[in-house]
Design a binder for this molecule. Structure first.
Ligand SMILES: C[S@@+](CC[C@H](N)C(=O)[O-])C[C@H]1O[C@@H](n2cnc3c(N)ncnc32)[C@H](O)[C@@H]1O
Length: 793
C-alpha cells in the first residue's frame, strides 16, 4: 500500500488533499485512471482478491498435519494442546468436498469431543459429537462418546439410547460386548431424570418488557449537529434504546478469541467457517447468520446392511437431521462475500471490511451500487470529509478503489468501479469513521477463584484481586445509535449483549435535555486538553460539551502539583488547562445556575465540588487572569516545573516498573520498597488528587495482593479510591470497578465490611446495566454469594 501511495504523482496527491466533497468523483476518477495503468496496482489487487493467491482457503494437507499433531498431544495426555490442534485442523479442513473430506471433518469433531470429555468440557463434547453425527449419522464412535458424555452429565436416558445405537452399529464382537456391558451398567442406574440439554442462550432476558416508555427525539443542536433528546423526564437506570447493528465486524486482535458474529468469547468447541480459515463462530446459529450456510453438510448415506429398530432410527434422525437453527428466520450473511479464500478481508483495516459489508448489503437491496439508492442517503449519517487531514483523504481514495475492485471480483458487474461509486464508497468510510461504535465486552479476571479463608492467618497469599477490564471486540454501525452525541460527563451509558446495543440513563434526565454518551474520554480520566486532543484525533471534532466549556474540579487537579509553600494546599497547574482562554470566563456562576436551571441540579454534587474548589482556589486571586502553569492558584507562589519534572522522573520510572512486575508476576520486596519510596515522593510534590498517585496506589494494592499481604493491599486500594471518588462522580462505573477490587480483597481477608462494599457495587452496576448487570458481569453473583457465606459463618 505504501508503494502505491508513493507512486502517485505529487500534483494528483495535492488535488486529493485539497479536495472537497463535491470534488471526490473527479479526484477518485483521476486516481483510478492512474492506478489502472500502474503494474504495482494490479499486483496489489491480485494479491488481495485472486483466489489462487489467497492464504485463507481450506487446505486438506495442513488439516491432516494439525490432526497428526493433535493425535501426538493426545497420546501424551497433553489435552489442552490436542484441543488446540484439532481446532486448527477443523479450520483448515475442507468441509463441503467429497466423502473423504467430510469423513475427515467428522473424525476431527469426534477427536475434539474426546479431548473435551477428558478435560471435563461435557457440553462442548456433546455439541462436537452431534456435529460429527450430522455429517456421518452412523458413526459408531461418535454415538459411543455421546453416550459417555451424557452419562457424565447425568442424562441417563440419552446415555442409554446413544449406547444402544452404538452397540447396534458396532461391527466387531469384542467392541460390541464392551459397549453392551457399559450399557447394562447405565440401564441399571437409569432413573427418570430430565435428559434435556440446556444450551447457553445469550439474550433470553425479556428486555422489551423493561424498556422505559418515553419517546426519544432527534433534534438539531446549535453546536453538535443532530442529537437525541427525550420527550419526557427520565429516571436513572431507565432502558432507553435497544438496537441491532446495521452491520458489524470483528476487530483484528479478537479474531481468534471471539465469535465473529455475536462477539462473545469463543468456547472450546469453536465452529469454523465452512469456506475460509479465518472466521470462527461460537455456534452453528452464528455461522449460519454470518454466512447463510450450514457448517456441516448432512450426509444422506446409510449403512444399508445394518437394520435398526424403528425407535433407534427415529432417535438417529432426531439427533442428526434436525436443523441447527430452525428458530432463525433472517440471515445477515455479512461474511459470505469474504470467505472465498481471498486475502483482502484479512489484510484491509476493519473499517474498510465493514464498508465492504455495508456495500454488499446495499448491493443485495438495490441489485447494484449506484442503482436505485445512494449509499450516503441510505445511511443518513453525518461525515466530515472536508475537515480530514490530507493523508486521510489519500488513504480513503486508495482504499476505496481497492475495496471496490475486490468486491467486483466477487459480484461482477453489480459493482462498477467508477468515479460516482468511488465517491459513495469514500463518503461511506468517512461515515464509518465518525459514526461507528466499538462493541465492548467486560472481561473480569479471576473473580471465580475467590475463596473465603476459614481463618485469616491460614491464608497463604493466593488471593487475587478481581479486576474488570473493557475489551473492544467489534466495530459496528447502529443507524439510530449513531445519533447520540458525545459528552465528557455523559448521562447515558451504552453496552452490548452479543451484538445488540443497549442504552441506559445513568442519572435523572429532564425532558428535552440532551441524551449524551461518552465516545471514550471522560472527566476524571483525562483533563480537558487531553480529552479534546483524543476526540480531535479519533473523531475529528472539537468537543463542545458542557464539561469542556467551563472549569470543573477534576480538570483542575488531575495533573496538578502541590504548592511548595508550607501550609498552603493550593493547586499548581502543570500546563495551561484550556486551548481557549475564553472558556475560563464562561465558567458558570454556580449559585445562580444551580437554583434556576433544573438541568444543573442533576449535577448538584459535582457543582458543589466546583463551588468548593472555586472558593478555595480563587478566593485570594483574580483567577480569570491568573490561571497559569507553575503558579499556585491560592497564594500565587511560583514552582519551577522543569526541576520538579526531573525530581519526579525516577518515581515515574519506578511506577512503570511496578506495573510491568505485576503483568509478569515478578513482584519482589525490592520493587515494592522502591515503589513505596516513590509514592512518598509523589505525595509530597503532586496535588493530593493527582491521578498518578491513584494509579500508583492501585498498582501497590495489586502488588501486595500478589504477595498475599492483604491488609496492605486493602489500605492502598482504599487510598486509590479516595482520589478517584474526587475525580469522578461517586456513582460512576469506574468507582464500581474499583469497589469490585476492594470487595475481593475484603472477602479474602474475611472482612465483615465486604457486604457494604458489595452493596455499593450492586447500586452502581444496577444504575449502569439494570437487570443485565448479572449477565454483563456474572462474577457479581459469585461475590455476593461468598459475602453472604461470610456473614453466615
Ligand atoms: C456519531 S455522530 C453524532 C450525531 C451527529 N451530531 C449527527 O448530526 O448526525 C458524531 C458527530 O457529532 C458531532 N458531535 C458529537 N458530539 C459532539 C460534541 N460533544 N461536541 C461537538 N460535536 C459533537 C461531531 O460532528 C461528531 O463527528
Amino acid at each position: 500500500m505504501e508503494e502505491l501511495k508513493s507512486a502517485i504523482p505529487p500534483s494528483l496527491k495535492r488535488l486529493i488533499s485539497e479536495s472537497t466533497v463535491s470534488a471526490i468523483p473527479s479526484t477518485s476518477s483521476s486516481l483510478l485512471q492512474f492506478f489502472r495503468q500502474l503494474p504495482q496496482f494490479h499486483q496489489v489487487v491480485g494479491d488481495l482478491a485472486d483466489r489462487d493467491r489467497g492464504l485463507c482457503g481450506k487446505n486438506k494437507e495442513s488439516a491432516l498435519e494439525f490432526k497428526r499433531s493433535g493425535n501426538d498431544c493426545f497420546a501424551r495426555a497433553d489435552y489442552a494442546n490436542a484441543l488446540h490442534f484439532y481446532s486448527k485442523a477443523l479450520r483448515d479442513a475442507p468441509s463441503d468436498a467429497d466423502v473423504l473430506g467430510r469423513n475427515l471433518v467428522s473424525t476431527l469433531y469426534l477427536n475434539r469431543a474426546t479431548v473435551s470429555h477428558r478435560l471435563g468440557l461435557l457440553e462442548e463434547c456433546l455439541r462436537d459429537c452431534r456435529r460429527a453425527l450430522v455429517i456421518s449419522p452412523h458413526y459408531t464412535k461418535a454415538w459411543y462418546r455421546r453416550g459417555k458424555a451424557n452419562a457424565s452429565l447425568g442424562n441417563c436416558e440419552d446415555a442409554v439410547r446413544d449406547l444402544s445405537v452404538a452397540v447396534n452399529l458396532e461391527l466387531t464382537m469384542v467392541e460390541k460386548r464392551r459397549i453392551e456391558s457399559e450399557l447394562k451398567l447405565y440401564m441399571d442406574r437409569k432413573e427418570e431424570r430430565d435428559g434435556l440439554l440446556h444450551s447457553a442462550s445469550k439474550n433470553n432476558i425479556n428486555s422489551a418488557a423493561e424498556m422505559f416508555h418515553t419517546q426519544l427525539e432527534c433534534v438539531s443542536t446549535p453546536t453538535k449537529g443532530r442529537g437525541m433528546v427525550s420527550v419526557g423526564d427520565i429516571p436513572p437506570s431507565s432502558l432507553l434504546h435497544i438496537e441491532e447493528p446495521y452491520s458489524a465486524v470483528i476487530l483484528k486482535h479478537c479474531r481468534d478469541t471471539h465469535c465473529h458474529f455475536c462477539f462473545i468469547e469463543l468456547p472450546a468447541d469453536i465452529v469454523p467457517c465452512s469456506s475460509c480459515t479465518i472466521a470462527l463462530y461460537c455456534s452453528e446459529q452464528c455461522h449460519v447468520q454470518a454466512t447463510g450456510q450450514k457448517a456441516g453438510s448432512v450426509s444422506k448415506s446409510r449403512h444399508n446392511h445394518i437394520s435398526l429398530s424403528g425407535d433407534l432410527e427415529k432417535y438417529i434422525a432426531d439427533i442428526t437431521l434436525s436443523d441447527f437453527c430452525t428458530e432463525q428466520t433472517e440471515h445477515n450473511s455479512e461474511h459470505r462475500h469474504e470467505c472465498r479464500g481471498v486475502n483482502w478481508p484479512l489484510v484491509l483495516p476493519s473499517e474498510i471490511v465493514l464498508a465492504g459489508r455495508i456495500l454488499m448489503k446495499l448491493v443485495k437491496q438495490a441489485r447494484h451500487i449506484g442503482g436505485s439508492s445512494s449509499v450516503v442517503e441510505n445511511l443518513d449519517l453525518c461525515h466530515n470529509y472536508g475537515d480530514l487531514p490530507s493523508d486521510v483523504k489519500l488513504y480513503l481514495h486508495i482504499h476505496s478503489i481497492i475495496l471496490l475492485y475486490c468486491l467486483q471480483k466477487y459480484c461482477g458487474s453489480q459493482v462498477q468501479v467508477d468515479g460516482a461509486n468511488l465517491s459513495q464508497c469514500i463518503i461511506l468510510i468517512c461515515q464509518i469513521k465518525v459514526n461507528s461504535i466499538a462493541i465492548v465486552r467486560l472481561n473480569s479476571l479471576d473473580a471465580k477463584e475467590l475463596v473465603v479463608p476459614s481463618t485469616v492467618s491460614s491464608f497463604a497469599g493466593n488471593a487475587l484481586t478481581s479486576t474488570i477490564e473493557q475489551v473492544k471486540v467489534g466495530q459496528a454501525i447502529y443507524s439510530a445509535g449513531s445519533l447520540f452525541n458525545h459528552s465528557c460527563q455523559p448521562n447515558i451509558h451504552a453496552y452490548f449483549l452479543s451484538r445488540t446495543l443497549y442504552v441506559r440513563s445513568t442519572e435523572y434526565v429532564a425532558a428535552g435535555y440532551p441524551l449524551e454518551l461518552s465516545y471514550g474520554p471522560q472527566v476524571g480520566q483525562w483533563d480537558c486538553k487531553d480529552r479534546q486532543q483524543l476526540l480531535k484525533n479519533q473523531y475529528s471534532f472539537s468537543c463542545q460539551c458542557s464539561s469542556c466549556s467551563s472549569i470543573n474540579f477534576s480538570d483542575l487537579v488531575l495533573n496538578a502539583f502541590r504548592c511548595s509553600k508550607p501550609n498552603c494546599f493550593g493547586v499548581v497547574l502543570d500546563r495551561s488547562l484550556f486551548h481557549d482562554k475564553q472558556m475560563v470566563s464562561q465558567c458558570p456562576d454556580i449559585h445562580t445556575t444551580c437554583s434556576s436551571d433544573p438541568h444543573m441540579q442533576i449535577r448538584k454534587l459535582k457543582s458543589e465540588e466546583i463551588k468548593r474548589v472555586a472558593q478555595c482556589v480563587f478566593e485570594q486571586t483574580d483567577f480569570v487572569h491568573d490561571i497559569k502553569p507553575g503558579v499556585c492558584l491560592t497564594c500565587g507562589s511560583r514552582v519551577n516545573l522543569e526541576k520538579l519534572a526531573e525530581t519526579l522522573n525516577e518515581a515515574t520510572q519506578n511506577s512503570k516498573r511496578l506495573k510491568d512486575a505485576i503483568v509478569f508476576n515478578q513482584v519482589s520486596a525490592d520493587t515494592i520498597s522502591y515503589s513505596l519510596r516513590s509514592l512518598d515522593l509523589l505525595r509530597s510534590k503532586l496535588h493530593a488528587y493527582n491521578k498518578k498517585i491513584a494509579e500508583l496506589e492501585d498498582n501497590l494494592a495489586q502488588a501486595f495482593c500478589l504477595l498475599g499481604e492483604l491488609q496492605h493491599a486493602k489500605s492502598h486500594c482504599k487510598a486509590s479510591m479516595q482520589i478517584l471518588e474526587k475525580l469522578y462522580d461517586l456513582n460512576h462505573i469506574v468507582i464500581g470497578n474499583e469497589l469490585v477490587k476492594l470487595a475481593s480483597i475484603q472477602l479474602s481477608l474475611g472482612d465483615a465490611d465486604t457486604i457494604d462494599t458489595i452493596k455499593q457495587v450492586d447500586t452502581i452496576f444496577l444504575l449502569y446495566y439494570g437487570s443485565h448487570a448479572d449477565i454483563i458481569f456474572p462474577q457479581l453473583e459469585n461475590l455476593k454469594r461468598e459475602a453472604i457465606k461470610l456473614v453466615v459463618q
